[in-house]
Design a protein around this ligand. Structure first.
Ligand SMILES: O=P(O)(O)OC[C@H]1O[C@H](OP(=O)(O)OP(=O)(O)O)[C@H](O)[C@@H]1O
Ligand SMILES: Nc1nc2[nH]cnc2c(=O)[nH]1
Ligand SMILES: [Mg+2]
Length: 169
């Protein structure tokens, strides 16, 4: 099965996300140099800002894709906005000189669509699951396929009942 039930939780705090995105920038800094970042919205917006700051990249473009319409179930993949041709054509019309950033790769379907637009770009994510790993050139942390990653922008503070109350009765 390509994407089994994702019943393990990997919660990520803002601090963790900042540290892991900086680690991504650190890895990328020894891989190459890029003229522009293309971030895959919306999840890619946050790491793209951090990596752009670390690597001194000021041209930042978006490709707007949505597929997980129903929380954790992937549906039809919608390209809401393609990459600006000015960015595709920076070097050779195939994405050389472009760094594509997303928060994570899961099945790899989102990355595959963007790879078709920018075949020579470098693809990077902060987190990766095994099925998606072949689609990404650089990432920081791998989690198992049956794990759901909870990002800080999707979370909120909530009262936690004390253990004693949970186990009573
Ligand atoms: O490797 P895949 O199985 O294709 O999944 C990975 C994509 O899923 C999430 O985006 P989502 O479509 O939920 O949109 P969002 O970034 O706006 O949250 C995530 O941000 C990746 O872009
Ligand atoms: N937040 C979040 N979005 C996803 N999209 C695909 N996989 C995931 C995941 O594990 N977490
Ligand atoms: Mg996304």
């Amino acid at each position: 099965m390509e994407n089994p039930a994702q019943d393990k939780a990997f919660p990520v705090s803002w601090d963790m996300f900042h540290r892991d995105s900086r680690a991504l920038a650190w890895r990328l800094s020894s891989v190459g140099e890029w003229k522009a970042i293309v971030c895959i919205t919306r999840g890619g917006l946050v790491p793209a800002g951090i990596v752009a700051r670390e690597l001194g990249i000021r041209t930042i473009e978006t490709v707007c894709i949505a597929s997980y319409h129903d929380y954790d179930t992937q549906g039809r993949l919608d390209v809401i906005k393609p990459v600006d041709p000015k960015v595709v054509d920076l070097d050779d019309g195939e994405g050389s000189g472009v760094l594509v950033i997303d928060d994570l790769v899961d099945t790899g379907k989102t990355m595959k669509v963007v790879r078709e637009m920018l075949p020579k770009a470098h693809f990077a994510t902060v987190y990766a699951k095994p099925v998606g790993v072949p689609m990404v050139d650089t990432f920081v942390t791998e989690v198992s396929q049956d794990t759901w990653i909870y990002f800080p922008w999707d979370m909120g503070w909530q009262f936690q009942p004390p253990l004693a109350k949970e186990t009573a009765g």
